[in-house]
Design a protein around this ligand. Structure first.
Ligand code: ZN
Length: 459
């Protein structure tokens, strides 16, 4: 008897990143999708035979036909952006050319204090999701406030996200004190636990903004609900000095002493680590979100990503918020991370293209606890897929598809994107909402924010 599929997607290259199968790339490959799940992947002829769907267009839903005949195209797993603050797209380019501490304390935090609220979060998240989907990102890992309002926008646009309820030791518009932060976080987690596209997480901001009590409570809450912990860690030299001053230890040693470093933790940045700290991260199974462009822009330093990789730390890639990047372009991040690590480690073989694609896909999903659901084109996983158009001058000719993905491809090459088998970008355009409306709303917010800033002379 024939296996069943709703439709078949074809491409000249199918880059699977399937770890158990040895990450095969199929030339003239095909992916069969059934009920939003990958039902089969392999050479086109084998898949057509197995599912009994040929080129004559017997696709039951038509979604497969929308993706065309696959000539000069590549299908790959949707990218995973493992560290961002999506709503910060509204602060893009607002206060550049400043050190992290001054940028946060004098610009970002006062702005957030003035503007953050459900409407801001909804409108900004829509813009961020639009930007990410158009760059082939199907899953992102967020840390911010009012994540319940972000979830609405994410669901409407059909994206997948891990949304982290931010915890800090000081009052903000979200909460007055630690108890209130945790009450709100727990309520948020309860609301979204078990959802298909939204995974709640807990996000103790950083060791210098969320002290021992908050860190320990966050770890316990993560344990209780079986969810990820998302934090910043050892981002700047200042942070290392501050934690040493406060607790007499370096940041990783300090957190490890609290017992909060586990395989649930995804730690963004990890720029300033000594060898002992790298060893601890590897031993505890902590995943790192390497944010090369944000670190470069804020002059935070060069994360020892290649070294961590050699020590066995799972490295994934994040854009960080758009205010410190200034975009959510994971393809750009892949190229930057690879080139930067080659120079930093003095080794041109470091961070090879295939490893970088793995970091931006399967490893990202695994770091978020979503490895069984997304991150590779494997039978049984969700059909979170991206198709890139290779019929471009900067992608011609092709010798090594991984090299092109890391060093040559751009978001404008992304043609189609689907999440859980549902098309979210078709021919480069959003399917679930009006792009112009999202941009119009964002421009309106920009006007309001800049008028306020000028009158207060923040800019
Ligand atoms: Zn960040």
């Amino acid at each position: 008897m024939m296996d069943k599929a709703d439709y078949i997607l074809r491409a000249e290259y199918v880059v699977t990143m399937d770890g158990e199968a040895g990450e095969p790339v199929f030339r003239d490959g095909a992916v069969a999708v059934k009920d939003g799940t990958i039902a089969g992947v392999g050479p086109e002829a084998d898949i057509e035979k197995r599912f009994g769907i040929g080129r004559a267009g017997q696709d039951r839903t038509g979604a497969g036909a929308d993706w065309g005949d696959g000539r000069l195209k590549v299908i790959l797993p949707g990218f995973v952006n493992t560290h961002t603050h999506a709503p910060m797209v509204f602060l893009r380019g607002l206060a550049d050319d400043l050190p992290l501490k001054e940028w946060l304390e004098k610009h970002v935090w006062p702005m957030e204090d003035k503007w953050l609220g459900p409407e801001f979060i909804n409108d900004a998240t829509e813009l961020a999701c639009l930007e990410m989907l158009k760059a082939g990102v199907t899953t992102y890992n967020d840390m911010y406030f009012f994540e319940g309002d972000a979830a609405g926008a994410v669901a409407r646009l059909g994206m997948r996200a891990v949304l982290g309820a931010g915890i800090v030791d000081f009052p903000t518009r979200v909460a007055k004190n630690t108890d209130e932060y945790f009450e709100r976080a727990e309520e948020f987690i309860g609301r979204f636990l078990g959802e298909e596209l939204i995974t709640p997480s807990i996000a103790p901001h950083a060791p210098y903004t969320c002290g021992p009590e908050g860190q320990k409570r966050a770890a316990l809450m993560a344990e209780k609900y079986d969810i990820p912990v998302h934090m910043h860690l050892s981002e700047t030299k200042w942070e290392v000095g501050e934690i040493q001053r406060l607790y007499g230890k370096r940041p990783v040693d300090f957190l490890d002493g609290l017992g909060v470093l586990t395989s649930r933790v995804i730690a963004a940045h990890c720029v300033w680590l000594d060898d002992g700290e790298i060893e601890i991260l590897a031993k505890r199974g902590v995943s790192v979100s390497h944010c090369a462009e944000s670190n470069l822009k804020l002059a935070s330093g060069f994360a020892p990503a290649a070294k961590m990789l050699r020590a066995g730390v799972k490295i994934t890639l994040g854009t960080d918020g758009a205010a410190s990047n200034n975009d959510l372009n994971i393809l750009g991040e892949m190229g930057t991370a690879s080139k930067l690590q080659k120079t930093v480690s003095g080794d041109p073989t470091a961070m090879d293209a295939r490893s970088v694609v793995r970091m931006a896909t399967r490893w990202g999903a695994e770091a978020l606890g979503l490895g069984g659901r997304t991150g590779s084109i494997s039978e049984g996983k969700s059909a979170d897929l991206v198709m890139l158009d290779l019929d471009k001058p900067h992608l011609t000719p092709i010798y090594n598809i991984y090299s092109h993905l890391v060093h040559s491809a751009r978001p404008s090459d992304v043609q189609h994107v689907m999440v859980a088998g549902r098309p979210v970008i078709k021919d480069g355009r959003l399917t679930n909402a009006d792009e112009r409306e999202i941009l119009e709303k964002a421009r309106m917010w920009g006007k309001r924010i800049s008028q306020e800033s000028v009158s207060k002379q923040v800019l």
